[in-house]
Write a protein that binds this ligand. Sequence first.
Ligand code: ADE
Length: 227
Amino acid sequence: MKIAILGAMEEEIFPLLQTLKYDVISHGNNKFYIANYKNHELIIAYSKIGKVNSSLSATIMIEKFGAEILLFTGVAGALNEDLKIGDILYATSLVQHDLDITAFGHPYGYVPGIDVFSKSDVRLNALANDVARKLGINLMSGIIASGDQFVCSKERKEWIKETFKADAVEMEGASVALVCVSLGVPFFILRAISDEASGGAEFDFDKFLVESAKNSADFILKMVDMI
Ligand code: ADE
């Protein structure tokens, strides 16, 4: 099977590249790492941060490289108090918290033609739960809110949490979800918590990025082992 594994930052895919042999193909101002792994062809990339960059990379992975499923790996800020730094969670559904045409009477996160929430693939989510159970890993799940903004204030954090009942915040998941839903490709979005998205989150992010990114990438590879 052709499996796309996408991160936003180099640190988020480095743990994978470190363990694999790969070829590199440049396309669309980005690099795509192609690796054969256990009867699968992996297409690995980091998109660069944000919804536009991640949409572009996800589209290329599917349309040019023929990815049949897409797994996203990376870090997120916690909104739910039960999530601690280093914990991993997958998205059951995703929303764009910075999409705002409320001036026209619409809800936050809505534009005509799309649903506010994109639902992830139930079979990949079930597989993740199986992997976690077998390996004794604590895997959580919830709503992930994405926006082109690093959230590091209590006010913005509380607003996102209340408005969308979201559990974690990051900058790519919802756009990748939209691409995958639009192109009919099952997707799975995994994040490890790097910070708590409130005052000073930027310091925790810098401190825990590498460690949390590895938690997420290691789990993704364990999922691939069971596909
Ligand atoms: N990714 C990791 N932490 C984040 C935060 N606080 N806001 C947005 N994206 C993030």
